[in-house]
Design a protein around this ligand. Structure first.
Ligand code: FEO
Length: 427
């Protein structure tokens, strides 16, 4: 283990963060990738906490299994296993439950407290017969007492798995927040007023872990806002004891629509992206855009993906109501910038948005269907089969593109059915 010179963390020792409250976690400075998708430029930490009450000890979360020995050594430095009455699992992902099976063996008087959604996961995690396991499913407002310490549970699902919850130590005003307010930032100085500049890591973690669940972030913040907060103790990264409220407010800013006020009331946003080899898909895009704009109440934006990186577009797509993608078919596939754009969208929630695809092709024209499949995979609704044009679009085909754009807009504003009735009446 390599520690920095000003390290607060010492081998085999718990770190006190408040009266009767200790960090008993582990540092993982060598980790460079977490859950495959996250870069961890200076590692991470698995924060576990121990609370000593007048009538027993509680453990809040554990550590990744490879670090169990560190966790148990720190735990043993401040408590006996026989005194552990409560094990709170705010989140069952293996980076926080790796030491759980062994802890359950060592702490025979402990009862486990988990969220209601965590029950099935707990059984899957422990695999073996869990009939003897003493556990209780809890939800917002329920409490467990350690005599002079009271733990109150807050149901905060999807942050970042369905099982997640937060736990608040009333008498110390400490929020054990699980992954919420966490980040992959390993620093043995441990507290936010001591560690290096972790702002990038904090926002990066939010963007990749919490952002797809904005709605749930806001619901969790509604539960957290009324709490008096002296310390926020997350499962990863610095312990937030210096002005912890800043991080709550920052989460609210991050989770709040940045384009609010940009669009008019009841106005919908459609974004059309395309790539074009010979200008044919571009002409289709312009016709679709014109058709989409011909419906009142839809703000249409048209972008050529050849014009730059895809990353900056993620914000726009997150706020849009419809996403329309155009690609030629090259070697039986859509072109790479389109796939790059689609793969960058896993960090946002697209469920229920409208999706559509189009493109010109020379021989086989698979791209449009492939894009549609991916849009459905991302949980967008694809209400109309996409338009494919062989090589150069004719005037008639451009009119079909115009109508296609018009149809997507009409669906978006809810006038599509009326339009169909009108067309039937005109027959
Ligand atoms: Fe740190 Fe979602 O586990």
């Amino acid at each position: 283990m390599h520690y920095m010179s000003n390290s607060i963390v010492k081998d085999g020792k718990a770190v006190q963060l408040d009266d009767g409250v200790y960090w008993v976690g582990a540092l993982d400075p060598d980790l460079r990738s977490f859950d495959i998708i996250l870069n961890t430029a200076n590692g991470t930490s698995y924060n576990s906490y121990l609370i000593k009450g007048s009538e027993g000890v509680a453990i809040v979360d554990t550590v990744k299994s490879e670090f169990s020995h560190e966790f148990f050594a720190r735990l043993e430095s401040v408590a006996d296993y026989s005194d552990i009455k409560v094990i709170v699992l705010n989140h069952l992902e293996p980076d926080h439950t790796g030491a759980l099976p062994e802890l359950l063996q060592r702490a025979p008087h402990a009862k486990v407290y988990i969220s209601e959604r965590a029950q099935g996961m707990l059984k899957a995690l422990l695999k073996s017969n869990t009939d003897d396991l003493e556990y209780q499913a809890v939800t917002t407002g329920e409490q467990v007492s350690l005599g002079d310490c009271t733990l109150t549970f807050l149901n905060t699902p999807f942050l970042h798995w369905p099982d997640t919850q937060c736990t608040y130590l009333e008498e110390r005003e400490i929020l054990f927040s699980g992954d919420v307010f966490g980040c992959h930032f390993c620093d043995s100085r441990l507290f936010n007023d001591k560690v290096g500049d972790f702002r990038f890591s904090f926002d990066y973690y939010y963007a990749h872990i919490m952002r797809p669940f904005k709605k749930w972030v806001l619901e969790a913040l509604d539960l957290i806002d009324p709490l008096s907060l002296r310390i926020i103790a997350p499962t990863h990264g610095p312990i937030l004891r210096d002005r912890p409220r800043r991080y709550v407010n920052h989460y609210r800013e991050l989770a709040t629509t940045s384009l609010s006020g940009e669009l008019g009331t009841n106005e919908k946003s459609m974004i059309i992206f395309y790539m074009s080899s010979y200008g044919n898909t571009a002409r289709m895009a312009e016709a679709i855009s014109a058709g989409a704009q011909s419906v009142d109440g839809v703000r249409v934006s048209l972008f050529d993906l050849q014009g730059g990186e895809t990353e900056p577009f993620v914000d726009l797509i997150e706020e849009a109501d419809a996403l329309v993608l155009g690609s030629p078919t090259i070697n039986g596939d859509a072109v790479k910038p389109v796939w790059d754009l689609l793969s960058s969208l896993i960090v946002v929630n697209l469920k229920g948005k409208l999706g559509a695809a189009f493109g010109s092709y020379g021989w086989t024209g698979e791209a449009v269907r492939m894009i549609e499949d991916r849009l459905r995979g991302l949980k967008l609704r694809v209400p109309k089969q996409g338009i494919r044009v062989k090589l150069i679009p004719t005037d008639e085909e451009l009119q079909q593109c115009f109508d296609f754009g018009n149809d997507i807009s009409s669906i978006l504003v809810g006038s599509y059915q009326d339009k169909k009735v009108l067309e039937m009446a005109e027959l």
